[in-house]
Design a protein around this ligand. Structure first.
Ligand SMILES: Nc1ncnc2c1ncn2[C@@H]1O[C@H](COP(=O)(O)OP(=O)(O)OP(=O)(O)O)[C@@H](O)[C@H]1O
Ligand SMILES: [Mg+2]
Length: 254
């Protein structure tokens, strides 16, 4: 059988005395659109930080395409095909929309590539420009090309951040609440767009999402996290009828 794209084994992350993730294990198959839910502070972002390399676990392993990446630094994971967006926007706000994407596309191009003799050094400015334009067009952002990123409306900035992540040509895209702050309509169209992109770029998507209607409607499989532990995993129906999940969302039993 083919190895899962991502495999998380017995992952524990502590911050001082706080256990943010406790013994988490799950795997993600290529092409999946996996959702993760959980109350505030459940550990969702910490899990993304551990997968992308921003946080090193105290225990456990992370395998990507069968390879142990547990101690890899973030840039090495990005090069292997793990890209992410952040819960709060982290665009290069004074750079143009075009440059935000071009920078990510050619991230190894101007500075590192000659040193490391990476193939991307072959890429010329022209080529970067063309693929940046194509990518922005698929997000209907091409008309903002020369504008500074911070001049865009909020919803467009959220989409630009996703476009920038895709410029890294990832295999796995980690999205931390991409629909937060969007209207319901904007949120729905963003998620539909992601579904299309997933097919187009043969992406695997792992989505943190607070809006239940969205996760339930679009993610065939969902993981529920509470106080750093997986309390449920399965189809939307299974999650919706899972007593531990219901309890976590409705508060403590008396
Ligand atoms: N760098 C850090 N240092 C110390 N504590 C942290 C750090 N990052 C997260 N935490 C703590 O770990 C726990 C999990 O936080 P995390 O941000 O992963 O939750 P979350 O599920 O993403 O929540 P939210 O829905 O509010 O985004 C919280 O108690 C948080 O305060
Ligand atoms: Mg979070």
């Amino acid at each position: 059988m083919e190895a899962p794209l991502l495999q998380v084994e017995n992952l524990t992350v502590r911050f001082g005395g706080l256990v943010a993730l406790r013994n988490i294990s799950f795997s993600l198959k290529e092409g999946e659109f996996l959702g993760i839910i959980g109350p505030n502070g459940a550990g969702k972002t910490t899990l993304f930080n551990a997968i992308s390399g921003a946080v090193l676990p105290d225990r456990g392993k992370i395998l990507f395409q069968g390879r142990d990446i547990t101690s890899f630094p973030p840039h090495k994971r990005a090069r292997l095909g793990i890209a992410r967006t952040f819960q709060t926007l982290r665009l290069f706000s004074r750079l143009s929309v075009a440059d935000n994407v071009k920078l990510a596309e050619g991230i190894t191009y101007p500075i590192y590539a000659p040193i490391l003799s990476l193939p991307s050094y072959q890429k010329g400015e022209r080529e970067l420009e063309e693929s940046a334009f194509k990518l922005l067009k698929s997000f209907q952002l091409e008309r903002y090309w020369p504008r500074p990123a911070n001049a865009l409306p909020y919803g467009e900035r959220k989409r630009l951040e996703i476009a920038r992540a895709l410029a890294l040509k990832p295999k796995l895209l980690l999205l931390d609440e991409p629909t937060a702050g969007l209207s319901h309509q904007e949120a729905i169209s963003l998620i539909e767009e992601l579904h299309n992109l997933r097919r187009k770029f043969s992406l695997t998507i792992f989505l943190i999402e607070h809006n239940m209607r969205i996760v339930m409607g679009y993610c065939p499989r969902i993981i529920a996290l509470s106080y750093g532990e997986i309390i449920g995993e399965g189809s939307p129906e299974e999650i919706a009828s899972n007593p531990a999940v219901i309890e976590a969302y409705l508060g403590e039993k008396e």
